[in-house]
Design a protein around this ligand. Structure first.
Ligand code: AMP
Ligand code: ZN
Length: 307
């Protein structure tokens, strides 16, 4: 699977050179205002990805925040505490809140008045799916499939345009037997490559691991690769250097099934898997590969995106 890049276009353009036409700074690393031009590509991508949706897939569009308790129950803090963003709000009675505002106006630190709320910023689109499935009882024999999307947050500030703190993720998710999940992922492996081909992106699919926290995390990452639990479709975005993961294909085994007591029709602990498309990275990949003038993109790419 670890093959050479399928080269279909010339060398990628410098991302910095095209940044001004695409992503404008907002004063925080990894958080950008997206231009109309960038959004044209992003909209084209979501439409293209929708055309690949399998029948019997439930569509849900999710908000950028989710229940903190649910994310805890899914085990996020054990694996990725360093990436989590928690919502906190100014707490207290009217007098206390006024005092906090006065401290802010005086140029003093007012953030001590913040109290953690029951919300976190969603770190991936699929997390709310598992508690939802759990609330519905045993799975049907065919399992369940979902099409989900949301704005995601991960605390990984960087000046690289392809490493954002706030970015959009589109996912297809399967919950069912181990075989159903394996088949689902195999189908999406082919489709992800087909989508990248339609987009004229020089890419390859390779084994990958998640950025687990700490020293113990390195072992988890190695075991993830050994068990072939994660693959990524990577694209050359920087003229030199590492390729960028634009799509991931994940087999969670029974991680969420055990955390949420999800049961197959036969009563076994359910497995799950997902394919996650990074919309902003894919859009960036298009501009890096084909330039900032949409009208000059290859005709077949524009047709695929309907732009
Ligand atoms: P993951 O859940 O880490 O496999 O992420 C799924 C997809 O989201 C990746 O393949 C990327 O396309 C996208 N993604 C993840 N992290 C970031 C980030 N920091 N900035 C932009 N896109 C990201
Ligand atoms: Zn997922």
């Amino acid at each position: 699977m670890n093959v050479a890049f399928k080269q279909s276009v010339g060398p990628p353009q410098s991302l910095d050179a095209i940044a001004e036409a695409l992503l404008l700074p907002t004063g925080v690393d990894g958080v950008y205002a997206r231009t109309a031009l960038f959004e044209q590509a992003a909209t084209g991508l979501t439409t293209l990805i929708s055309r690949y949706r399998e029948p019997d897939t439930e569509v849900l569009r999710l908000p950028p925040v989710m229940s903190r308790r649910q994310l805890q129950q899914s085990g996020y803090l054990e694996s990725f505490p360093h990436l989590l963003g928690c919502v906190s709000c100014v707490a207290g009675d009217e007098a206390q809140i006024r005092a906090s505002v006065a401290r802010c106006q005086a140029g003093d630190d007012w953030t001590g008045a913040l109290a953690v709320a029951d919300l976190v910023l969603s770190p991936a689109a699929c997390y709310p799916v598992y508690p939802l499935v759990s609330s519905r009882g045993q799975l049907p024999a065919a399992g369940l499939k979902f099409d989900v999307a949301c704005d995601c947050f991960r605390r990984e500030p960087s000046q690289l345009l392809d490493r954002l703190q706030s970015f959009r993720m589109r996912e297809y998710v399967c919950v069912g037997t181990p075989e159903q999940v394996a088949d689902f992922r195999a189908r999406w492996m082919k489709r992800a490559a087909a989508i990248a081909g339609q987009l004229g992106l020089a890419c390859r699919i390779e084994p990958a691991s998640d950025p687990f926290f700490g020293r113990g995390g390195k072992l988890l990452a190695m075991s993830q690769i050994e068990q072939a639990l994660k693959f990524e479709l990577v694209v050359l975005l920087h003229s030199a250097g590492e390729p960028t993961a634009c799509v991931s294909l994940n087999d969670h085994r029974d991680h969420f099934g055990a955390a949420w007591n999800l049961r197959t029709a036969a009563g076994a602990v359910a497995h799950s898997g997902c394919v996650a498309f990074g919309i902003d990275r894919l859009a960036l990949a298009l501009f890096a590969s084909h330039g900032v003038e949409l009208a000059r993109w290859p005709t077949r790419v524009r047709q695929a995106l309907r732009v």
